[in-house]
Design a protein around this ligand. Structure first.
Ligand code: ADP
Ligand code: GN1
Ligand code: MG
Length: 357
């Protein structure tokens, strides 16, 4: 792909190089000195309507920019800034149907793939809470649902069952244990969506992909300054954002760790995140949200595990992989974490109760 031809669409002549560890988009960064830029090819196998993704992002960042300015903050560091194409559009579509977008690079800040300092995780929790609050008055009906049923865990179970039935890659026989683990827990998959349907859990504008490497931590202050990766901002439950953060961040091991003895829930990290998130959100949380907080960490870990398993069975068509059994390794790490959270569930519930006061 001629990336120089792409960057010229955004009126840039800088060199660019692959960047970041996302599982979905192709990300590049310019190599010249500041100002730097991020170029991304939006994965249009995952996002069927990249134009709608960009419409959401433009609206959401405009809303946040206004509020950040009102609060005396720096909108160029505290939210994403979309760089328009030379035609004034928020994305460029090339002749092969690839969609590209460009953001201003947020300097002197880092995204982490694991928690290096417990304070970072606490600060990330506060920032995800603030993100929810900034968008609390955003008109949710204006948002496109960029991936339908994204955190509908019941629908994810149905997708897994379909993958099992089709066994496209001929791998089913080798994952019987993982399939059993997944199906044994299927009855819990609807606990959150049932309570959204009953009205006990409110729909909010949520991020839906709150892993630690989707938040930028300021190198000087250690504060979480900017929530990035806004492709999946959609109406959802706050439990999705809280739960997914803990799925990734409270794991003592990596998301794709193969030595499962290293995978367990670090309760000190669980406590720090829960404290930060609930300090920010205390006044907004509904009783049913409090009740399902600890469970949601397990649910989102389970959901991600079954997504990795389904993708493994389908022949690795969704998540980027870097080794042959990568999705299976990811699934096993998630399921080990689920089992550990089940074993520690009393302790995790007690942490939530202490934060509730
Ligand atoms: P994916 O959807 O593939 O995860 P992301 O939007 O999360 O893509 O981007 C991948 C990585 O690129 C991020 O984890 C982060 O390190 C880096 N990144 C993305 N946007 C910016 C930005 N505006 N400034 C600096 N780094 C960024
Ligand atoms: C993907 O885009 P990225 O890498 O931040 C995925 C998330 C998963 C995550 C698992 C759009 O996130 O849902 O939880 O991988 N994003 C999408 O690491 O499917
Ligand atoms: Mg990301």
């Amino acid at each position: 792909m001629d990336l120089r031809a792409i960057t010229s669409q955004f009126e840039l002549t800088d060199e660019i190089t692959p960047y970041g560890d996302g599982h979905i988009n192709d990300t590049y960064a310019t190599t010249a000195s500041a100002p730097r830029y991020i170029l991304q090819r939006i994965n249009n196998n995952v996002f069927k309507r990249p134009d709608q993704v960009m419409e959401n992002i433009e609206k959401v960042t405009a809303h946040m920019r206004k509020k950040i300015i009102e609060a005396g903050g720096d909108p160029t560091r505290e939210t994403l800034t979309v760089i328009p194409t030379r035609d004034g559009k928020s994305y460029y579509k090339d002749e092969n149907g690839n969609y590209f977008r460009m953001y201003r690079f947020i300097e002197n800040a880092t995204t982490y793939n694991s928690v290096e300092k417990i304070e970072h995780f606490y600060e990330a929790a506060r920032a995800f809470g603030r993100f929810q609050k900034l968008l609390a008055d955003f008109p949710a009906e204006q948002l496109h649902e960029t991936i339908v049923d994204f955190h509908n865990t019941g629908a994810r179970v149905a997708q897994l069952k379909e993958a099992i039935a089709n066994d496209k890659a001929g791998r089913l026989a080798s994952v019987q244990e993982e399939v059993k683990f997944a199906l044994d827990r299927a009855p819990q998959a609807t606990w959150v969506t049932d309570r959204i349907a009953s009205g006990e859990i409110p729909l909010r504008v949520t991020h839906n992909d709150t892993k630690l490497n989707n938040i930028m931590i300021d190198d000087n202050t250690g504060k979480a300054i900017c929530v990035i990766d806004l492709d999946t901002v959609m109406p959802g439950s706050l439990l999705y954002d809280y739960g997914d953060s803990l799925r990734f961040g409270s794991n003592a091991g990596a998301e794709d760790e193969t030595d499962l003895s290293k995978v367990y829930c670090r309760t000190d990290l669980f406590e720090a995140f829960t404290r930060g998130f609930t300090e920010e959100m205390k006044d907004c949380l509904a009783p049913a949200e409090w009740e399902l907080l600890a469970f949601s960490a397990r649910l989102l870990t389970y959901e991600c595990g079954i997504r990795f398993l389904a993708d493994y069975l389908n022949g690795d068509t969704y998540f980027k992989i870097h080794r042959p059994d990568h999705n299976l390794d990811r699934c096993r790490s998630q399921f080990k974490l689920v089992a550990d959270m089940e074993a520690r569930s009393e302790e995790l519930e007690a942490i939530v109760r202490a934060c509730r006061g």
